[in-house]
Design a protein around this ligand. Structure first.
Ligand SMILES: Cc1cc2nc3c(=O)[nH]c(=O)nc-3n(C[C@H](O)[C@H](O)[C@H](O)COP(=O)(O)OP(=O)(O)OC[C@H]3O[C@@H](n4cnc5c(N)ncnc54)[C@H](O)[C@@H]3O)c2cc1C
Length: 443
């Protein structure tokens, strides 16, 4: 193992690889699978102890559908195939084949990387990068070994927060261009011991027709003022002082495939949590989210049929961040591209998912893209002007605030990861910098 001098400190170089992926989340795991499949010696650096990022650590399930027919790229299809082999039903029969089970997804992602000779470095946090002549020479990480270095020919920033790009001098933007505010965060949770049949029957009795789904796939929701059947129950609890107004701003829960009597909750949405680039605030949001969850769980147990014997399994181990830093890359994808349904020559992903902004302010009106049409994400939105051997994947690629709220859904993040991994292998094989690749030649 070689040793490197980092500001006067002798530190170990833990790995020297072709492709180093920072962040083993939605996009990063896909990037690592893709790079390994393309023959690159690959390492994923992940600060948590499981792959999947927002999908597993933040308990975000199911994947939304891009709305584009037959749109699963190779890696996405491979992951889904493996989930099915693991006994997980991913198809709700109402157009979405993106349901999963948190633990099985972490397992499957891990297997797909390891089987293709990829390596994973868990409990390891990226902290710095060393750039020379426009190339990242190595990155500095921290783990049980202390400060260490990782060398690689190419790097993927799949951190969701553009941490590698930012540390390497890439220009970044934060939040809404007009207000500077980010989308609000949520701290999701999981409950078990729910009598789903009873809940389903109760919801049908109330005349609730929000969800067209049938068990074992089911969804409940409540947003005040929008005629949801559950609103009355929330208002009664509010009157009794058992929940606060903030607890009922956005309520949603989904059954979890392979977990009997379990639902995963897409809430609480934390009020005034629109500063996701502050470490102090992120910690405050988590504390607030846990406090809100306690009230919501007790409300459900006490007042919603089917929840009588239920219990809180866990709060997510990662805050649900919808958006923080975004790189300013070679091309900034924007609302015009959405409106014009633009299809780029260097397309890496297709979607018609709507502009989906969660904010405390008035949410923007969205013009939906009609079925059969879509816009695409160009390779140029994944690469930077500043760094030759860096590519970005996931929610922090180069786009405007509004457009990010459309491309941030998981299948699209996965697709950008797949492109990033493939591009790293191509770059090495053909000796072309990542930020000069002509993607039309790779496809
Ligand atoms: C509350 C909420 C609800 C959502 N609902 C849906 C939904 O229903 N369906 C849908 O499709 N999408 C949904 N989304 C969007 C989607 O889940 C995310 O946009 C997407 O998963 C982001 O993928 P990513 O790979 O960019 O980031 P992530 O999946 O978050 O991965 C980033 C990874 O990088 C790691 N990391 C970060 N910093 C470091 C570091 N310094 N060192 C090492 N590792 C690091 C993290 O631990 C993480 O594993 C939702 C998002 C939120 C927050």
């Amino acid at each position: 193992m070689s040793i490197l001098n980092y500001f006067g400190k002798e530190i170990k170089v833990l790995y020297d690889v072709d492709c180093c992926v920072v962040g083993g989340g939605t996009a990063g795991a896909a990037a690592a699978i893709s790079a390994s499949l393309s023959g690159a010696k690959t390492l994923v650096v992940e600060k948590g102890s499981a792959l999947g990022g927002s999908q597993t650590l933040a308990l975000v399930m199911p994947m939304m559908s891009t709305g584009v027919k037959d749109n699963d790229l190779k890696v996405n299809a491979l992951i889904k195939e493996r989930l099915i082999e693991e006994g997980i039903d991913i198809d709700d029969k109402f157009g979405n084949t993106g349901w999963f089970n948190f633990e099985k997804l972490s397992l499957v992602l891990e297997e797909l990387i390891v089987e293709h000779s990829g390596e994973i470095l868990y409990d390891t946090i990226f902290i710095d990068s060393f750039v020379e002549h426009g190339d990242i020479k190595y990155i500095i990480v921290y783990n049980i070994d202390g400060l260490c270095a990782i060398k690689a020919k190419t790097f993927v920033d799949a951190s969701g927060d553009a941490v590698l790009s930012k540390a390497s001098g890439v220009k970044v933007k934060i939040g809404n261009e007009k207000t500077g505010k980010n989308q609000v965060t949520s701290l999701r949770f999981e409950m078990g011991g729910i009598d789903l049949e009873k809940l389903y029957a109760y919801m049908k009795n109330t005349g609730d027709n929000f969800s067209p789904l049938a068990l074992p796939f089911y969804e409940i929701a409540m947003i005040p003022g929008r005629c949801f059947a559950l609103e009355g129950k929330f208002l009664e609890a509010l009157k009794r002082g058992e929940i606060n107004k903030e607890d009922m701003k956005y309520f949603q829960a989904f059954t979890v495939p392979g977990k009997k009597g379990v639902m995963a909750f897409n809430c609480p949405e934390i009020p005034n949590s629109d500063d996701t680039t502050s470490s102090i605030n992120r910690s405050r949001y988590i504390i607030k989210g846990r406090e809100m969850t306690e009230r919501l769980a007790n409300f459900l147990i006490n007042y919603i049929p089917g929840f009588e014997d239920s219990y809180l399994i866990r709060n997510a181990s990662m805050l649900g961040v919808r958006e923080s830093y975004r790189i300013v890359g070679k091309y900034v994808l924007n609302e015009e591209d959405y409106k014009e349904r633009r299809k780029f020559e260097d397309t890496v992903a297709k979607t018609r998912y709507y502009i989906d902004v969660h904010t405390d302010d008035e949410e923007p009106d969205t013009e939906m893209i009609e079925e059969g049409d879509y816009y695409t994400i160009p390779y140029r939105s994944l690469i930077t002007n500043e760094i030759k051997n860096l590519i970005v994947a996931g929610r922090c690629i180069s786009s405007t605030f509004l457009l990010q709220s459309s491309l941030r859904i998981q299948p699209t993040c996965r697709d950008t990861g797949e492109a990033a991994g493939k591009a790293c292998a191509y770059s090495i094989k053909n000796n072309i910098p990542l930020n000069e690749i002509d993607w039309t030649k790779v496809i």
